[in-house]
Design a protein around this ligand. Structure first.
Ligand SMILES: Cc1cc2nc3c(=O)[nH]c(=O)nc-3n(C[C@H](O)[C@H](O)[C@H](O)COP(=O)(O)OP(=O)(O)OC[C@H]3O[C@@H](n4cnc5c(N)ncnc54)[C@H](O)[C@@H]3O)c2cc1C
Length: 306
């Protein structure tokens, strides 16, 4: 119930206006984001690289409402990609299609995406399209496939959410296509007609599709995006037994299970940290609160302690 309320609030503009005014919310959110500027993001990436961790940088934002706003987003990604290249960082970028204008028009969104992908490909920077709510699943996969197969952007991957009933079929098809896929549990509020309502079913589905995808031939590449210890162990065993170190990596979010990230990297597994930055931290922050009640408790305690 609490998860559902927080996920509802994550998309509510009135709640965003209130929460973003609280200084305390900003300082609690800092636990999950690298900062508000490109420099903050690059410094965090360098520090993670120095510890043997790979990075995917996400310029926070979603659901922009004007074409003008998307120009700023594309420019920020262009600068980011140039600086990743110049500084020799082991980093890619993650982006959301609604941040590039998908709600305004598909043509605008794909034009923006192609501009970013062209720049990233020329500089050897990998790009991942994040997956948003089920309202966008089909469209996201369609745009992903067009970019890969028609425009030949082999530096592009996308995300599949284990909580959806359709996921086993999607993963089967994407494995055959040799896609790079980040597999996560799913972070949005979805109806029981589309997504498993029980966590145990989501976890089981994650493991089933992970096993099947890891058995697919190259170039299929799997990014196991989870902090779930049981799933990490099942994945690590399979990667080790089948010697899949160049076919799979672990991914975790900035500020979550940091010591486990380092442990896995030291054990020889590729580990990538998803590093969000920017001023539009509200929906991302609320989704992190929804995932773990202890985070909410920490927030409430800080609020009353301030
Ligand atoms: C790299 C990465 C990229 C992602 N991209 C997307 C995306 O594109 N689309 C999408 O829908 N979702 C995305 N997610 C979020 C994902 O769907 C889950 O909501 C989130 O990862 C929590 O699920 P879990 O697998 O960690 O397992 P859970 O069962 O939620 O958590 C397992 C354990 O991990 C720890 N943990 C999990 N979340 C937190 C937290 N917020 N704070 C502190 N500890 C925590 C706790 O110890 C918890 O017991 C992404 C996640 C990662 C790691």
């Amino acid at each position: 119930m609490l998860r559902r309320i927080l996920l509802y609030l994550s998309a509510a503009k009135w709640a965003r206006r209130i929460v973003m005014r609280w200084g305390i919310a900003r300082s609690v959110a800092r636990r999950f984001i690298a900062g508000e500027t490109i420099n903050d993001a690059l410094n965090a990436s360098q520090a993670l690289n120095d510890q043997g961790l790979l990075v995917s940088l996400d310029y926070l934002g979603e659901s922009v409402e004007s074409a003008d706003d998307t120009r700023g987003v594309v420019n920020t990604y262009a600068t980011l990609i140039d600086l990743i290249h110049q500084r020799g960082l082991k980093a890619g970028v993650s982006l959301k299609l609604t941040h590039l204008g998908l709600d305004i028009g598909e043509e605008l969104c794909t034009l923006n995406l192609r501009t970013i992908l062209t720049n990233a490909k020329a500089r050897g920077v990998p790009v991942t399209i994040d997956m948003e709510s089920t309202h966008y699943t089909e469209k996201t996969l369609q745009i992903f496939r067009t970019m890969r197969h028609e425009y030949d952007f082999d530096n592009l991957g996308t995300v599949i959410q284990a909580y959806l009933y359709r996921t086993a079929d999607d993963m089967r098809a994407l494995a055959e296509e040799g896609a790079t896929i980040r597999l996560c549990k799913g972070a949005y509020l979805e109806p029981p007609t589309l997504a498993f309502p029980e966590k145990a079913d989501v976890d089981k589905n994650y493991i089933d599709v992970m096993r099947a995808f890891l058995s697919a031939p190259p170039p299929a590449y799997l990014q196991l995006a989870t902090h779930d210890e049981h799933i990490i162990q099942v994945g690590a065993d399979m990667i080790q037994q089948k010697k899949l170190h160049d076919r799979a990596e672990f991914q975790m979010l900035y500020g979550i299970r940091t010591s486990r990230q380092l442990e896995l990297a030291r054990a020889g597994f590729p580990v990538r940290v998803y590093v969000p930055f920017g001023e539009a931290w509200y929906p991302y922050f609320m989704r992190r609160l929804a995932e773990r009640p202890a985070n909410l408790w920490f927030f409430v305690k800080s609020f009353f302690g301030s």
